[in-house]
Design a protein around this ligand. Structure first.
Ligand SMILES: *Cc1c(COP(=O)(O)O)cnc(C)c1O
Length: 410
């Protein structure tokens, strides 16, 4: 059996530490914000390399709070990728603004920076790049364009705590960075939790106030905020896990390297090609990029890569399964063998019912469509044993040996 995640295994190994933190908070009687949250905020700020970290109720609320702090609202537009988790764009709609979707890079899965400028209008109020699956987007280029237009950048770093880009940490390069401690994120909590980070003193102060109903002084409200507070219990327990975070990340990297080594040796499997990337600085030549869809006849599986200038934290190990219906067939085939896998994300956001324009058609974002049809994430969590990794590799190998039409019917 290889589950997609195994949260219990991670916690068993550190249970005495977790129990001690639990008892400390229990006996303190202080359950919301307070010294435990302040200490955890200090640790995250130091780890990410920012001046301010603001503990919040979830990753979603971190993004929402950033938008509220920036006064994004009705009539405004916010540019973000369509191939991401719903919250990225859901928060934009929640404040009354309109998400404007752009396409993604077929190699790193992150937003296509080349399309950014063409989508900026007089209504644009912010840009939300997402560091998907644990690898940073081309954030330097995003920030450079944003600076020219005077636009703030909110990094959705929910999947990328500790990932870096030219040596700088995800979340530290934009105006704001938003993190999530949802249990399946690399730093997984014991319920919902999140963190908003920024270098900017004024924005941090405003965000802290909006986190508690827009009141700096209790019962005196300068603006309308909400309850976005982080619990002391979450902070204390997450603080324990943060001590082991480097080890968890090393294990994820080792697992990814093992998959890539073993899977790339199989027939029909190759690593994503840098020349197919739309990102600058990915090692792509300046010649026109090769068309996305002229795979060799035998091409069946494309493995993920990390760009040389990025340090990937592998929140997901996401392969592309080429061929109509093949991705879902592989998922079912693995499930029959007791191996978990998941489709992140089956419907790109520009095709979600809630975002479909009333009288217009959805924009055409061909790479997002392809990724939504082909992506499959394999188990990558730190506690996987060598045997479990081999089970996954062998499961994929057995599937690939079957003729394509047979496999689809499994
Ligand atoms: C998980 C996630 C979020 C939201 O985080 P929650 O803590 O679940 O609210 C936002 N964006 C992305 C890309 C995510 O993966």
């Amino acid at each position: 059996m290889v589950p997609l995640f195994d949260i219990k295994a991670q916690h068993q190994a550190i249970e005495p530490d977790l129990r001690a933190a639990f008892v400390r908070v229990l006996q303190s009687g202080h359950f919301i914000l307070g010294p435990e949250v302040q200490e955890f905020e200090r640790q995250i700020a130091e780890f990410v390399g920012v001046r301010h970290a603001i503990g919040v109720s979830s990753g979603t609320d971190a993004i929402l709070l950033a938008l509220m702090t920036l006064d994004v609202g009705a009539g405004d537009e916010v540019i973000c990728p369509a191939f991401t988790f719903f919250a990225t764009a859901g928060c934009v709609a929640r404040v009354g603004a309109k998400p404007v979707f752009i396409d993604s890079c077929p190699v790193c899965f992150n937003l296509d920076v080349r399309q950014l400028e063409a989508h900026i209008t007089s209504r644009t109020k912010a840009i939300i790049p997402v560091h998907l699956f644990g690898q940073t987007a081309e954030i330097d280029a995003v920030v450079e364009i944003a600076r020219r237009y005077g636009l703030p950048v909110i990094e959705d770093a929910a999947q990328a705590l500790g990932a870096d880009h030219h040596g700088r940490k995800a979340g530290s390069m934009g105006t704001f960075g938003a993190f999530s401690f949802f249990p399946t994120k690399n730093l997984g909590g014991f319920g919902d939790g999140g963190m908003l980070v920024t270098h900017n003193d004024g924005l941090a102060e405003r965000a802290r106030s909006l986190r508690t109903h827009g009141a700096k002084e209790k019962y005196y409200h300068e603006s309308v905020g909400a309850n976005f507070r982080l619990d002391a219990m979450q902070a204390a327990l997450l603080g324990v896990k943060l001590r082991y975070y480097a080890k968890y990340t090393d294990r994820r990297r080792a697992n990814a390297a093992y998959y890539t080594e073993k899977l790339s040796a199989l027939p029909g499997v190759r690593r994503a090609r840098l020349e197919d990337s739309v990102c600058n600085g990915a090692g792509r030549s300046t010649s026109p990029r090769s068309p996305e869809k002229v795979p060799g006849e035998d091409e069946r599986l494309i493995l993920p890569v990390a760009y040389a200038h990025n340090s990937h934290i592998w929140n997901q190990y996401t392969v592309r399964v080429v061929g109509q219906g093949r991705r879902d067939a592989l998922k079912r085939y693995l499930a029959d063998k007791g191996i978990g896998s998941e489709v992140y994300y089956p419907v790109p956001l520009h095709r979600q019912k809630c975002f479909l324009p009333a009288h217009a058609s959805a924009p055409t974002l061909p790479n997002c469509e392809t990724l939504s049809a082909e992506c499959l994430s394999l188990p990558i969590y730190p506690e996987l044993s060598r045997q479990q990794l081999d089970d996954v590799v062998n499961g994929v190998a057995a599937f690939l040996e079957k003729p394509a039409d047979v496999a689809v019917q499994v």
